[in-house]
Every structure is written in structure tokens, then in C-alpha cells.
Design a protein around this ligand. Structure first.
Ligand SMILES: Cc1cc2nc3c(=O)[nH]c(=O)nc-3n(C[C@H](O)[C@H](O)[C@H](O)COP(=O)(O)OP(=O)(O)OC[C@H]3O[C@@H](n4cnc5c(N)ncnc54)[C@H](O)[C@@H]3O)c2cc1C
Length: 389
């Protein structure tokens, strides 16, 4: 069967769904193509929106991008709620980083200094203040760092709302894309799907992690570029607990123990997410969590909040963070009419809404002044051609 739409969005994880939401806002004609929409890393993630806790010391520019993305979430959440008529899952619940050893506390003190340098609000807490803020903390905690602007989204609630929206509008085509090629005559692109269909359009936006781009994309793409846009996959094992009786923490708690980080993310839905390991991975399918990861995650989490020992362990998950060589996402045009919006690595939920807004604004016939300004300072560091700069 041959179908035509103006814009073909390949992949319906948070990257593709964010693009689709912004395309809806400008009343664009588009189709999402994905065999399993709302799955992938997006389904597994913890959904933290944590520009303060997750900033790295030598990444001032990334830090600025993360903060801008976090501010955009207020708007994004309202857009989701007004278009879907359901909850976005956005929770303005603060975060506390904690330490039980002197060396780890020194790390929190150092981080607070870096926050001051970047103008990020955070406050050091003594032992008692930390336990006043979160009474379920272990008495072994010796201090903390409170980050009032690090929030979260219930990722599965958000994905469900968006997938239902686009399903109800018949804008999701369930099949895998097997090739993307330039149309023979005239302009535009055609994607071939695994079930033998062809979809043609003026634009294609690739929002799927690129494992083997040379198999999917036209051979006219530069070989070095193909290598650059191949995803670096960083595996993460992650757990979900059920807190039916509301015994767990009320703030998001991130602990550091001998340099190893762990997070505990409570949700309104009584779910508590405990994560996550990080491991470079060459394996892309048949993923499973390591027994040792489950042990470490539970050890660290229950050492921070002992009551977690009483909760039910309901899920052990594993996913691949689609990364790049330099940790910045890939957002921009690869060839005329062929775009990429991927590589959001550890920050897909935090970043994809704003990077999608920027990308869609560049496609809109009349970009709005506010949208135009969104990521002007960051377009070159996110460009797929940045390695040639
Ligand atoms: C354990 C873990 C915890 C995380 N925690 C956080 C967090 O707290 N905060 C945060 O911001 N980020 C977090 N992340 C990162 C975040 O999950 C990712 O950056 C984000 O989900 C990537 O979204 P995506 O849409 O690019 O990819 P995915 O979610 O992987 O979606 C890609 C989609 O493309 C589809 N697809 C693949 N190939 C094809 C094809 N050929 N044709 C059509 N469709 C295709 C797949 O079916 C899938 O639905 C975490 C990740 C992991 C693994």
C-alpha cells in the first residue's frame, strides 16, 4: 500500500512523540511510524528532570541547555494536558542528594560550589535538616544537598497520554522502517516498512536510535557522518517498587556511596523507581538485567531509606540510552528534507520537548518569534555536522 503525508516521523519514543506534539500545534500533516510506540528506553526510564543533580563539572554549556529544558517543561506539560485532555505526569517534587560517608559529603559540597558558579539554586543540609526534609532517611545519613528545581515526570503516564492522542487521530503507523530513500522524481522522501508498505512525504524526521544508519539511510550520506550518528548505547538496569501504604519517601532521593550514585523516585501513583546502572553496551537486543545490578541497586536504596525493604519489588527493567560521542543530542538536517532528532542519552525526558520545539520551529512556514529564540545558542553543538566544525 502507498500512503502520502507531509512529514514522516520515524520512532515514537519520547523523541518522536515530542516532535509529533509540536507538529500538532502547527496543524502539520504527519504520521508516526513505529512497531511498538511508547516503548524503547522511554518506557524504562525514571523520568527525572534534573538539571542540578545531573550536571557534570566540565559541561557548562550542557548545564545551560539542561536548565533551559527544565524551564520549558512547565509549558510542555500544559501543552500535553490541553491537547490530550489527560495528565502529563509532570510532578514538581524536589530532590535531595545525600551522603553517609565524609568523602561522599565532600563531593556534595563540591557540587554545591559548582551550582553557585552556574547560578543553580541548591542548599547544603546538615544531618538533622536532611532528616527533617525527608523523615524516612536512614540515621546514618550525615548530610545532604537540596535541589528545589529538580522535578520529574511519570514517563509511562506521559507516553500513554501521547500515544492515545495520536492513535485516536490515526497518526501512528505500526511497523518498523527498513529504508529511507529520496523520491525518484521531484522532491521528498519515501520510507519502506517491514510489512511491505511505502510512505512518501516531503520531510522525514528520524527519532529512532541509529544502530546501523548505513542500512537504513541513503548511500549519499557521508561515511564519517554515518559513523557519527550511530548511537552509542549505554545500558541501564532499573527497578520499580510498589508503595501501596505510602511508607516511602516524599522527595526524590539521590545517594552517593563511595562515589556510586543511586536514585529513588517516588510517584503519585505509589510507584517508586530505583535506578540505575550505567554500562556501555554493544548488545542491542535480548537485554536482561544483571543479578549484581539488582543487588547493588537494592543495597544502596535500602541503605538510604530502610523502609524500602518492606515494599514489593514489581519490576526489573533494562534499557539502552541512545548516546553520542560527546553527550550532546543530534538535532538538525542531514540532507535537504531529512532530519534527525535523537541521541538524548541520559536526558531524553528533560531535553526532547525543547529540542523538538526547536526542530519543529525550523520547519514551520512562519516560525514564531518565541520559538525562534528557543535554542539559537545551542544549534551548532547539537548539529549532526558538528564533528566537521
Ligand atoms: C534506565 C534508564 C533510566 C533513564 N532515566 C532517565 C531520566 O530519569 N530522565 C531522563 O530525562 N532520561 C532518562 N533516561 C534516558 C531516556 O530514557 C532516553 O534518552 C529517551 O527515552 C530516548 O528516547 P528516544 O525516543 O530517542 O528513544 P526510545 O525511547 O528508545 O524510542 C525509540 C523508538 O523508536 C522505535 N524504532 C526503533 N527502530 C525503528 C525503526 N526502524 N522504525 C520505526 N521505529 C523504530 C522503537 O520502537 C522505539 O519506540 C533513562 C534511560 C534509561 C535506559
Amino acid at each position: 500500500m502507498d500512503t502520502y503525508t507531509n512529514i514522516i516521523v520515524v520512532g515514537a519514543g519520547i523523541s518522536g512523540l515530542s516532535v509529533a506534539l509540536h507538529l500538532t500545534e502547527i496543524s502539520a500533516d504527519f504520521l508516526l511510524v513505529d512497531p511498538t510506540p511508547g516503548q524503547g528506553a522511554s518506557h524504562v526510564a525514571a523520568g527525572m528532570l534534573a538539571p542540578a543533580s545531573e550536571v557534570n563539572y566540565d559541561e557548562d554549556l550542557m548545564g545551560a541547555l539542561l536548565r533551559k529544558a527544565a524551564r520549558y517543561w512547565e509549558d510542555f506539560s500544559k501543552k500535553v494536558e490541553s491537547l490530550t485532555n489527560s495528565e502529563s505526569g509532570y510532578e514538581r517534587r524536589p530532590t535531595m542528594l545525600i551522603a553517609t560517608e565524609r568523602g561522599d559529603l565532600d563531593e556534595l559540597i563540591r557540587l554545591e560550589g559548582y551550582h553557585r558558579h552556574l547560578n543553580i539554586e541548591s542548599h547544603l543540609l546538615g544531618r538533622l535538616e536532611a532528616r527533617d526534609t525527608e523523615p524516612t532517611l536512614s540515621p546514618k545519613v550525615i548530610g545532604g544537598l537540596y535541589t528545589p528545581m529538580d522535578f520529574q515526570v511519570d514517563n509511562r503516564k506521559l507516553l500513554k497520554s501521547l500515544v492515545e492522542l495520536f492513535d485516536s487521530r490515526k497518526q501512528i503507523f505500526r511497523s518498523a522502517v527498513t529504508s529511507v530513500s529520496k523520491n525518484g522524481k521531484g522532491s521528498g522522501w519515501t520510507v519502506q516498512t517491514q510489512d511491505g508498505n511505502r510512505i512518501s512525504g516531503q520531510f522525514v524526521i528520524l527519532c529512532n536510535p541509529m544502530d546501523a544508519p548505513e542500512e537504513l539511510l541513503p548511500s549519499s550520506l557521508d561515511e564519517k557522518l554515518l559513523r557519527f550518528i550511530t548511537s552509542r548505547a549505554v545500558k541501564g538496569d532499573i527497578l520499580r517498587l510498589r508503595d501501596q501504604m505510602d511508607q516511602g519517601p516524599k522527595v526524590c532521593v539521590r545517594s552517593i556511596r563511595n562515589g556510586r550514585w543511586n536514585y529513588i523516585v517516588p510517584r503519585q501513583s505509589h510507584e517508586i523507581v530505583v535506578g540505575a546502572t550505567q554500562e556501555e553496551s554493544s548488545q542491542r537486543t535480548h537485554l536482561s538485567a544483571k543479578a549484581g545490578s539488582v543487588l547493588d541497586l537494592l543495597f544502596d536504596a535500602t541503605s538510604s531509606i530502610p523502609i524500602l525493604r518492606e515494599l514489593s519489588l514489581v519490576e526489573v527493567g533494562t534499557g539502552l540510552r541512545p548516546g553520542t560521542f560527546d553527550n550532546y543530542p543530534l538535532v538538525g538536517e542531514l540532507l535537504p528534507g531529512l532530519y534527525i532528532h535523537s541521541g538524548h542519552y541520559r536526558h531524553g525526558f528533560l531535553l526532547a520537548p525543547i529540542t523538538a520545539a526547536a526542530l519543529v520551529s525550523s520547519l514551520a512556514p512562519e516560525p514564531q518569534a518565541q520559538d525562534e529564540a528557543i535554542l539559537v545558542d545551542f544549534s551548532s553543538i547539537m548539529s549532526p555536522y558538528r564533528f566537521q566544525l
